[in-house]
Design a protein around this ligand. Structure first.
Ligand SMILES: [Zn+2]
Length: 369
């Protein structure tokens, strides 16, 4: 996200541009269900140019925004927020170095200063900025959501395995027993949950509006949490020259039961995002990653290998029916994931024993608590 600096005059022009853009979307959408940009363009291009004061390329972007919605869902009756995002491309947005950017508006081209941080400079500098850039208006400020192609580092040869169990309650637990969801995160999550429940109970129009806002804020919060967790995990793997082991997604679908309510959908979305973040950050950092068979990772005893449903007397507790090994359930799952990856990894064969030892021997005899 790159913030744009604007004076009052520029702000007014850009807001007007957003409004005209979305008015045009709302005008074009009911003209019929089109899943081809070409067809919709034939039907409304001229009208949009005349009615909304938008340039040729902006009209093309309007058409593609509407068509994208229909491509996702033909039964959708799209309604575009009056200040919803505009998608720019190379033809209506260009960078002047990193500090300034030129964009099309209803008053023609406008060059704006960007407020770019050191972190962003590092990530943008010298990298190919991919086609689409979204202009977003939020809390009185304009932002550009920029997509970059980042180079990947060469994978190192792993000497250890870091197993990671992903879940809805404990977002991530690794095979050293570390949890990656702080108390702060839980606190905020709880606050959102109770606020949402109260608003839903009220059910008024303003409550619904508030809910919608809340869901955006919550999504951004979760995204941020996912960035922090994935960064910490990948950093830890790199420092310890480990490969990251995750469960194959297919099995996770079985374990994480998802219903149809808003909260569950939200959780599922956040859960998948965390996984994606781990994968791409690992790639960028050169950390090898492996997926393992997820079957019984939560029911297998990492000490004696016994598989039994009764090994889980409680949701968060593991206790082996045969050898009484007892630990927290998520930690046990992460250990099992790490062990599976170690067995599957012929490249790290010399260190396989070591990994296996780490997993098997360092297991405490009783619970850690
Ligand atoms: Zn056992």
């Amino acid at each position: 996200m790159v913030r744009l600096e604007t004076n009052d005059e520029e702000k007014a022009v850009i807001l007007k541009t957003l409004e005209q853009f979305n008015l045009a979307c709302n005008y074009a959408a009911p003209k019929g269900v089109y899943t081809s940009k070409y067809e919709l363009q034939k039907a409304v291009y001229r009208e949009l140019r005349e009615k909304f004061g938008l340039g040729a390329q902006m009209v093309i972007r309007v058409i593609s925004k509407v068509v994208e919605v229909y491509k996702r869902d033909k039964t959708a009756k799209p309604e575009f927020r009056s200040r919803g995002a505009i998608q720019y491309d190379r033809r209506n947005l260009s960078w002047k170095g990193l500090d300034r950017v030129s964009i099309s508006t209803i008053k023609g081209r406008m060059t704006l200063k960007t407020r770019i941080g050191e972190y962003q400079k590092q990530h943008l500098c010298g990298k190919v900025v991919r086609g689409q850039v979204d202009l977003i208006y939020r809390n009185g400020l304009f932002h550009l959501a920029v997509v970059v192609d980042a180079p990947e580092e060469t994978l190192y040869e792993a000497k250890n395995v870091l197993g990671v169990d992903l879940g809805i309650e404990n977002l991530a637990t690794d095979s050293t027993g570390e949890h990656f969801s702080g108390s702060k995160v839980d606190e905020v999550r709880k606050r959102y949950t109770s606020l949402r429940a109260r608003l839903q109970a009220r059910g008024t129009k303003s409550a619904k509006r508030h809910l919608k806002k809340l869901s955006g804020r919550e999504r951004r919060f979760k995204r941020n949490v996912n960035h922090i967790i994935s960064k910490a995990l990948v950093g830890k793997a790199k420092r310890t020259e480990s490969l990251i082991a995750l469960e194959d997604l297919k099995g996770i679908r079985e374990r994480v039961r998802v219903g149809h309510n808003q909260r569950e959908r939200h959780n599922k979305w956040a859960f998948r995002q965390l996984r994606n973040f781990i994968e791409y950050k690992a790639k960028m950092a050169g950390v090898p990653l492996q997926v393992v068979d997820p079957r019984n990772t939560s029911r297998t005893c990492p000490r004696c290998g016994t598989i039994n449903g009764r090994n889980r007397p409680e949701r968060n507790r593991f206790r082996c029916v045969r050898c009484s090994f007892s630990e927290e359930a998520d930690y046990v799952a992460a250990l099992n994931i790490a062990k599976r990856a170690a067995f599957n990894q012929p490249i790290v064969a010399p260190s396989l024993n070591k990994v296996y030892e780490v997993a098997a021997i360092s297991l405490p005899l009783g619970g850690r608590s």
